[in-house]
Design a binder for this molecule. Sequence first.
Ligand SMILES: Cc1cc2nc3c(=O)[nH]c(=O)nc-3n(C[C@H](O)[C@H](O)[C@H](O)COP(=O)(O)OP(=O)(O)OC[C@H]3O[C@@H](n4cnc5c(N)ncnc54)[C@H](O)[C@@H]3O)c2cc1C
Length: 492
Amino acid sequence: MKCSKVFDVAIVGSGIGGTLIAALNQNKNIIVFEKDKNVGGCASTFKRFGNYYNAGATTFMGYEEGHIIKKMFDAIGFYPNIKKSQTAIRVIQGNTVIDRQTDFEAFLEQIQEAYPNKNNRKFWQTIKEIDEKFWQLNDIYYSKKNIISYLKSAWFFIWLFKTYKGILFKSACSFIETTLGKISREYENFINAQLLITVQSTYQTIPLLSMALGLAYPFHKVYYVNGGMGSLIEELLKEINVHTQEEVLCVYKDKKFYRIVTNKQEYCAYHVVLNSTVYDSGKLFVQENIQNYYQQFSLHDQSAFVLYMILQTQEEFLHHYQIILEKTIPHTLSNSFFVSFSDQYDEKLSKNGYSITISCHTKALFWKELNSKEYEEKKLQTQEFLVQAFLEHFKMLQRQNIVCCFSATSKTFQRYAHRLNCGGNKLSLKSFFNLPCASTPFSGLYNVGDTLFSGQGWPGVALGVEILHKELNETKVCETLGATLKKSCKTV
Ligand SMILES: Cc1cc2nc3c(=O)[nH]c(=O)nc-3n(C[C@H](O)[C@H](O)[C@H](O)COP(=O)(O)OP(=O)(O)OC[C@H]3O[C@@H](n4cnc5c(N)ncnc54)[C@H](O)[C@@H]3O)c2cc1C
């Protein structure tokens, strides 16, 4: 079949990754497909029973001078409607309360009181410095599409080594042992609860660099997004040709371009960017070599259990809390949960009371493998446990303040964000050269999103987008050069 129109770039999915790459390339002839009616995937805002909720992501970090997010937004010419959270996260563990905040000395004082250790300053100062250095790096590169890109990736690794020296090969575990010594179970839980939400892992299995990036997250300014996280995505996509409720079913390579078959129509594009997870992308192809390429990435069996509530009360709250418990939450992997309140002045989210998103980690396959009766029972047990634990920690509230309450599992994420798992594989020294990256071995086919090398959340996904943006535009330069050379050859 002939193509009446060929797009420069077709983007499959409007998550943070798909959205940022679309916004950065809006001068091109672009089309974005989104299966759901809301844009944003795990960073979307949805409406249910007349109220709005953030589906997953609630904290926005990186809108500060020198940071990749700010640089990207400036390049797009986009000014987000955000409000700085006065405290990034309040962590509550039994009777201990620690405010994670940008004021380092105030934070250190609280840490020293909660978990006394003569080397607390050395530990947290090093964490902060490693993180600051990382965000100053300008030329982050990771690609494996050909020999040159392997060499460039190796060069980036050498550059990382020059910047961090021995730190690069140090494990988080050994750094804790050598600076803090043997720490209490409470201190360990405090560190791990934060690492689970930022780098999807505990300190026992990650390098020091990953731990530093994870623990330093709240040393940066953390923002609340007015109108919900999804509104940031909607604004970024305002000028872009986005087809919502249009699922891409199949992609195949024709001679010069890719054909994209959706539930509505067929399209053609020179470049295809997949914002679907690397675990799901293979299903879109019939070509065996492309299927085989995606099959090498085995599912990272981790997802989220999320509780959504509307709370009617006159009480005032911070934007975010993390509650650390003694026991593991039933049917999950966490002994902590993250609570986000909508801002009381947010006219959209707080219209009928505070909109609350509570999340914790769970296995992705666990929920999928239950029969429907077991699924409903277990989902209700986890939901009820979380509601009870929430009320125990916010004693000024009664059950009747909660006027609406429902929850989501990995199966719900699969239905609405088209993914069973949440987050990608952890970044370790062992995995560094095996992680998926933006480019693929297939010309014109790319990946973007949090299942790639640079990880999850706004900052992690943005790093992957930066690499992809260079690759996409490098290709353009090469193609133009190629075409010009061919032309001049013919003329000769
Ligand atoms: C509970 C939870 C809390 C989180 N909290 C935070 C936080 O506070 N701050 C933060 O920065 N990050 C947070 N994160 C992480 C962050 O939300 C994710 O890392 C990020 O949103 C993932 O972006 P992505 O680009 O990978 O796209 P995704 O979110 O995976 O979106 C991909 C999109 O592609 C669409 N799609 C897939 N396949 C197709 C297809 N075939 N056709 C059409 N459309 C398709 C999907 O419907 C989806 O909308 C949280 C995540 C979760 C789950």
